[in-house]
Design a protein around this ligand. Sequence first.
Ligand code: SF4
Ligand code: SF4
Length: 216
Amino acid sequence: MKKASLPVAHPLLDQPEGALDRYVALLEEDQALRHAEYDQPDPKRRRLKVSCNQCTTPWCCNQRVTVDLVEALAIYRWATVNQPVALGAAIARGKDLRSKPPLTDSEFFRRRVTCPFLIKKQCAIFPVRPHRCRTHYMGGNPMKCRDELAPTETYEMSPDGQLLAELETIAEDVKFQNFVTDTRPTELSEVLLLIDHLVRRGPFAAPTVVDWTVVE
Ligand code: SF4
Ligand code: SF4
């Protein structure tokens, strides 16, 4: 992966030291375990069906993607260097969503609010994509994903609970060390908009809820 050299600096992107690098490394480890799960399945267990491998139109990228602050920070840091245009589009999308009445998950999906990082049917931030995007699988007909928000054949695959716990610990450490008590909202492009505002401000001196008040 290309090494990030950010044109902006903020403790959120550095503290605790190495946290974002560790987070991304764990995401990759988690992904490798998942690949092993369906590429080399344990013969004693039922083989998992993953139709996503043949899917050419990821309708699931029309769903609202909720992220933790740490995930959005890793994406922001990576995309600033590697996908600045797509990141700008995502931030613009965050502003657009913010200017309109909030949508339910179902409305979001029905209106085909496609993820701004989906470019030519490919994820432009694939190496750092959110955990939710990595763990969502379809075991049946991919076309059902076009018409239904949550087809019964979709499932989540998270092979290693210990690894998930470590990801969670890093997410909490990043918040704790930076006095962030909560993040609202949690939709990917809206959190990126918040981060974009935050990196232009100094560190927090007191416990803070990262919400729209930081944008005003
Ligand atoms: S979840 Fe459905 S739409 Fe998404 S990649 Fe898999 S098959 Fe395609
Ligand atoms: S981040 Fe990538 S995988 Fe996730 S919804 Fe957006 S385009 Fe799809």
